[in-house]
Design a protein around this ligand. Structure first.
Ligand code: GP9
Length: 408
């Protein structure tokens, strides 16, 4: 059969060996709790409105976990489903639509599958309709043993699309307690979903002076979800689950409210292309490796594509096929976005999509100024290649070919 994956493409795939060797050590492995927060931008972290912290609990967690302020979402048209997909498979989203709905039966290497091969029980948790975004089928395909959906959560006190995140998290902890250890629990929260509607009694912030009702709703729901995270962390601590576990919180994508000229962009003084990139792409990432003594802010930049390799690196489990790179190593990560833009170290590249590939502007993140093109040039081809390899794996179902390739 004709090889659709070139040697060059194959060399882009890091750590191309399967897990499994560590199965006998599974009982010593920590539980893994990975929590995706809806529409959660980094701009809300440490942000205050008239002396009121939007996210007091997450702000406190910057002292108890590793906090990555230069972490980016790489989602595209598939929004929440893209975030889940990128995070769990370390591949890029599609140029158009969602992998979940278009290629849900194709073969992917994944975080749940790698953990399962190493003795973990795997469960996805999301308190909405189980077939939304084809999750039931997709989760099963990528190695989740169980999927706790709407029917596994209390009915009362819905906020927005589903049960409120506080009930979602506390009920999810009950589900975790039923799982055989070590477990991998992947939680997808939903309260802070657009249009950010929240009952009067749960609006704890005084947002006098703000005009856009969506922005006010956004800040109120984010503040509520931050409280839910606080409840969850306390409960994990009270139940003796927190210390030994590997816990990760991250945002799935932007709020949709950050466009140039919006009230949010004005409030946050967005003035340059770099400001707009940072506002629309940065989402928080918090990681607590097992028994972390003290939190720390980590300068290294990265994206959702790096979450699977980071978790597996912390656990000492060999990597499946991944396009991302662990955030725990020294080497800088190339964070590629679907339109060919990227961040690498201090540079941000913004392609001109009306021109052939390789035309665009190179910026310094630090100064926000345009810098010589040759600072970006070495990474442009690599970024394009990453997107192409990802497309080949997804659309041609080519992972099997990579695995059975006879090339060294
Ligand atoms: C619902 C959730 C919706 O299950 O995925 O979020 P969206 O994809 O619209 O961002």
């Amino acid at each position: 059969k004709e090889n659709r994956v070139t040697a060059e493409e194959e060399s882009l795939i890091r750590g191309a060996n399967k897990g499994g060797e560590n199965a006998e050590a599974a009982e010593e492995q920590p539980n893994v709790i990975l929590v995706q927060l809806e529409s959660f931008q980094s701009s809300v972290i440490h942000h205050e409105v008239d002396g009121q912290e939007l996210t007091p609990n997450l702000n406190k967690l910057t002292e108890e976990m590793l906090y990555f302020p230069s972490f980016y979402h790489q989602t595209h048209e598939g929004r929440t489903s893209d975030a889940e997909f990128i995070t769990n498979t370390s591949l890029q989203p599609l140029r158009s639509g969602s992998v979940y709905t278009q290629y849900e039966k194709n073969e992917f290497d994944s975080l749940p599958a790698a953990l399962k091969e190493n003795g973990y029980t795997t469960a996805a948790m999301h308190a909405y309709e189980k077939d939304f975004w084809n999750r039931d089928s997709f989760y099963q395909n990528i190695g989740f043993d169980q999927f706790f959906s709407k029917e596994d959560y209390p009915e009362e006190k819905k906020i927005g699309m589903a049960v409120n995140d506080t009930e979602f998290f506390t009920t999810s902890i009950e589900h975790m307690e039923e799982l055989e250890e070590p477990f991998f629990a992947f939680l997808v929260a939903l309260t802070s979903h657009i249009p950010y509607e929240i009952p009067e009694e749960d609006r704890a912030l005084d947002l006098t002076g703000y005009e856009d009702p969506l922005l006010k709703g956004y800040y109120q729901t984010i503040h509520y979800v931050d409280g839910s995270v606080g409840v969850m962390v306390q409960e994990l601590k009270d139940k003796g689950i927190w210390d030994d576990a590997l816990v990760v919180f991250y945002g799935d994508h932007d709020s949709g409210l950050q466009k140039d000229g919006s009230e949010m962009a004005k409030e946050l003084e967005v003035e340059s292309a770099v400001d707009q990139f940072e506002l629309s792409r940065r989402v928080p990432l918090f990681i607590k490796p097992p028994n972390l003594a003290q939190g720390e802010t980590v300068d290294k930049s990265g994206g959702q594509i790096d979450i699977t390799p980071t978790i597996l690196a912390i656990l000492g489990i060999s990597q499946p096929y991944v396009l991302g790179q662990s955030l725990m190593d020294e080497e800088a990560n190339l964070t590629v976005f679907r339109d060919g833009s990227f961040r690498f170290e201090d540079v941000y590249y913004l392609p001109d999509l009306t021109e052939p590939i390789g035309s665009g502007t190179c910026y310094s993140i630090d100064t926000e100024e345009e810098i010589p093109f040759d600072r970006c040039a070495p990474h442009i081809g690599k970024a394009a290649k990453q997107l192409q390899v990802s497309d080949t794996i997804i659309q041609e179902n080519a992972l099997d070919e990579l695995r059975h390739s006879s090339r060294p």
